[in-house]
Design a protein around this ligand. Structure first.
Ligand code: UGA
Length: 436
């Protein structure tokens, strides 16, 4: 008989994981303490924007394999329980807040059936899995705990979950590994690399990967600063170094830097944990990665000031993009929104457009100006800031946009627009890491 699966926490990770597990043929129950989320998901509605997820969710609900509940008792007959709750940054430190992970384990530990396996997927400080496993065994000795970090990217969540580029399992026994192999049999049949690790290594793989990605982005943004000072062009530099296969061209897009619910909080939590372990020196460089990243936002604001004679009061600035990256409506630690807030605080009249993230952005910053229609957003602008590289913005016609604005100055904070076409249309074109 096929394994029955529960997914605890139906946010970004959990909702996607639940729908994908169901599409792999398992009977899945998704559980969350938030009744609104469960009500929406039960009706086949995804509470955030993720390409392809809503269609998959509806298909799986219709198949009868996928259900949702707020009642933890619903998981008691399942064979594998995936913990997918969030681990946000604590309000009073750099560390991750573990209260949701602990609450999830406390809720399921007494009711898991003998022989079942609890699998952590949340991003946690190293040592958490071992701690949770001891706690679980004390309450319910016939159950085991494994760790299986998730590497999905927002915007590609379904694809990354169904076809991950590797599967990492932190286990303490062959039996637990075998159960996970049964879960991921379809991926194994596709020759997805399988890495068996111990619990701490599996936790570290996740934060190490995100730290590396953050480092790559901040590296190119540091090069952008040097290019600006030396009169070079970071986009050409990135292209040139990217041809070296040891370096690779991906994640070398210079601009306003990384944001979102993962990279920024993960590198901070990693530093905090290394400090607790007495290995803080090893991760000292991540402090610099964080500073370079935050500095990129300030550098855009400096460009704005330069173009508006250092006085933003009453200037109409159109911000294209609010999401932390395209194909997402996530505005958590969004560099675009942060810049919009800062220039508004300096007196500018800001109008923000985003194809998907206006509602979540408005919820966070109701006092800012928002406009659903991109042309209306551009009308009368003294300066345009391109801050999230949606395809829609690359397809804008600079000649047409010029007829809408009152002053044709654009700052490309993502190095994603075609500079030559904008300049040919008569725009003053600025960008990070290029001659301005
Ligand atoms: C990131 C990782 O890429 C995933 O592998 C990981 O599973 C996930 O975090 C997580 O921990 O859950 P995600 O946050 O969806 O995924 O976003 P990324 O695609 O990594 O982009 C992060 C930020 O870096 C965005 O703000 C993006 O605009 C920025 N970025 C990315 C750059 O500024 N330059 C680049 O070249 C690439």
């Amino acid at each position: 008989m096929k394994l029955r699966v529960s997914v605890i926490g139906t946010g970004y990770l959990g909702a996607t994981h639940a729908a994908c597990m169901s599409s792999m043929g398992f009977e899945v129950i998704g559980v969350d303490i938030d009744p609104t989320k469960i009500e929406l998901l039960s009706r086949g509605k995804v509470p955030f924007y993720e390409p392809g997820l809503e269609e998959l969710l509806q298909q799986e609900i219709a198949s009868g394999r996928l259900t949702f509940s707020t009642d933890f008792q619903a998981i008691k007959d399942c064979d594998v329980h995936f913990i997918c709750v969030g681990t946000p940054q604590s309000t009073n430190s750099l560390a991750a807040d573990m209260k949701y992970v602990d609450a999830a384990l406390d809720a399921i530990a007494p009711i898991c059936k003998p022989g079942s396996l609890v699998v952590g997927k949340s991003t946690v400080p190293v040592g958490t899995a071992a701690r949770l496993r001891s706690k679980l065994l004390e309450i319910n000795p016939k159950v085991d705990l494994a760790w299986n970090p998730e590497f999905l990217r927002e915007g590609f969540a379904v694809e990354d979950t169904l076809h991950p580029n590797r599967l990492v399992v932190g286990v303490t026994s062959d039996a637990s590994e075998d159960k996970l192999k049964e879960i991921y049999q379809k991926n194994l049949a596709e020759n997805t690399p399988w890495v068996r690790a111990d619990l701490p290594t599996s936790e570290l793989v996740k934060v190490a990967a995100n730290s590396f990605l953050a480092t790559k982005i901040s590296f190119i943004n540091a090069m952008a600063e040097v290019c600006e000072a030396a009169g070079g062009d970071v986009t050409v530099l990135a292209k040139a170094i990217g041809y070296d296969p040891r370096i690779g061209s991906r994640f070398l897009q210079a601009g306003i830097g990384f944001g979102g619910g993962c990279l920024p909080k993960d590198i901070r939590a990693f530093m905090a944990r290394a400090g607790e372990l007495g290995a803080d020196q090893a991760l000292e460089f991540l402090r610099e990665i964080d500073s370079i990243n935050l500095r990129a936002r300030q550098r855009v604001i400096e460009l704005v000031r330069k173009d508006l004679s250092d006085d933003l009061t009453g200037k109409k600035i159109t911000v294209l993009g609010a999401a932390f990256k395209p194909d997402s409506d996530d505005v958590r630690d969004s560099p675009a929104l942060d810049i919009a807030v800062q220039i508004a605080a300096a007196g500018a009249l800001v109008t923000i457009h985003d194809p998907k993230a206006i509602e979540p952005a408005k919820k966070r910053f109701p006092a800012l100006g928002f406009e659903e229609n991109v042309e209306s957003a551009l009308k009368g602008a003294d300066l345009v800031l391109h801050l999230t590289e949606w395809k829609q913005y690359r397809e804008l016609d600079p000649v047409k946009v010029k007829s809408l604005v009152s002053s044709s100055i654009i700052i490309d904070g993502r190095n994603a627009l075609d500079r030559e076409t904008w300049i040919a249309a008569g725009w003053k074109f600025r960008a990070l890491g290029r001659a301005n």
